[in-house]
Design a protein around this ligand. Sequence first.
Ligand SMILES: [Zn+2]
Length: 205
Amino acid sequence: MDEATADEIRKAKNAERARKWRAANPERAREIQRQWILNNPEAAKAKRAKYRAKKPAAEAAYVRAFIESGRAAQQRREWRAANPERERENQRRWREANREKVAAKYQRWRLTHLDQEADRQRRREALKLTTAVTTISPEMLAAKFAYWGNRCWMCGTTASQVDHVKPLTKGGAHILANLRPACISCNSRKHNRWYGVAVLSMFTV
Ligand SMILES: [Zn+2]
């Protein structure tokens, strides 16, 4: 038996033994492999590139399995937690390169959260004038509008605004009881007056 053959047999035996051990200890094998990759990043990269070139289908299957097992997501989470600044920078760069996507996403968000956004805006405005501010859900406001037939409580045309019956500037509260649907025209004419006063001035203009 010549030298080369003996060496080959020994290598094959070792490889077979290692394969069996890996099959019997998958967790431990993965951990050892992970450590090796961490300690030999360049060699690991080269090895993967070689494998990828030799077995593209197996590589694709491996990547798929890696993603589906949730390990890819887990690894990304860990990396983000360990590199918060680089993650922020990556996100900033991505947003810059995908401005249209970001704008479209915000637009979609706005469309689905329009009612909440409108209520937040009203609360912000109300808070400048009074501390009596409550959160009014879109459902509560919709019920109120429905009670008034979605019509302006002053003139009866289609309402598109929310009127504070007792104006915030006159000490009115931002509470459901003080809100009624109004049309743009009446709401702007009424402005910051009580209804009675507003009606009188409507006759005098
Ligand atoms: Zn009106």
